[in-house]
Design a protein around this ligand. Structure first.
Ligand SMILES: [Fe+2]
Length: 171
């Protein structure tokens, strides 16, 4: 087994993850900034923005410790974000729900990335990186779980507000 190849992939995927967290921060910040009438959702998204910033820093620390850098490799997350823009629904009447849907989807994109990173870090024998990506994975899973639990509630609030107040339900 060529350990050099494994470590090169691990570095590449850590750079991808760093770019992914930058995209996540951009997406979540624009989402949180537009939410007006869903305080619980807004607070949760804002909390995950802070978590996301910390995740980016922890990944950068892993790369530095490994003697690698965060430069380049924005492609994967950028392409994914372009795809998500169709879902983000900023011109849609049900914008808040499309945003929540996009977040739930993005969390699962992140979860799959960190599952792969955890396996790669383990194979490379990098216990510190393994620990970092496992911890981040739990945070992404917690955010996905929260969204899963709260999507029905946000949907009900949206529909009730649409029926009584009209367009203020949008965001
Ligand atoms: Fe994240």
């Amino acid at each position: 087994m060529d350990n050099k190849v494994i470590n090169e992939y691990l570095d590449q995927w850590l750079r991808d993850a760093h770019a992914m967290e930058e995209q996540a921060e951009t997406m979540l910040t624009s989402q949180a900034g537009r939410i007006e009438n869903y305080p619980e959702l807004k607070a949760k998204v804002e909390q995950h923005i802070r978590e996301t910033q910390s995740q980016g820093q922890r990944i950068r620390t892993c790369l530095e410790r490994r003697g690698s850098s965060t430069s380049g490799a924005k492609d994967m997350a950028a392409k994914f974000t372009a795809m998500m823009q169709g879902l983000s629904g900023t011109v849609m009447a049900d914008e808040v729900l499309k945003g929540a849907m996009a977040s739930y989807t993005f969390e699962h994109f992140e979860i799959s990335a960190y599952r792969e990173l955890a396996a790669a870090a383990e194979l490379a024998g990098d216990a510190e990186t393994k620990q970092v990506v496992d911890a981040i994975l739990r945070e992404e899973q917690a955010m996905a779980d929260w969204l899963y639990e709260h999507l029905p509630q946000v949907t009900r609030q949206f529909l009730e507000r649409s029926a009584t107040e009209g367009s203020s339900a949008k965001r």
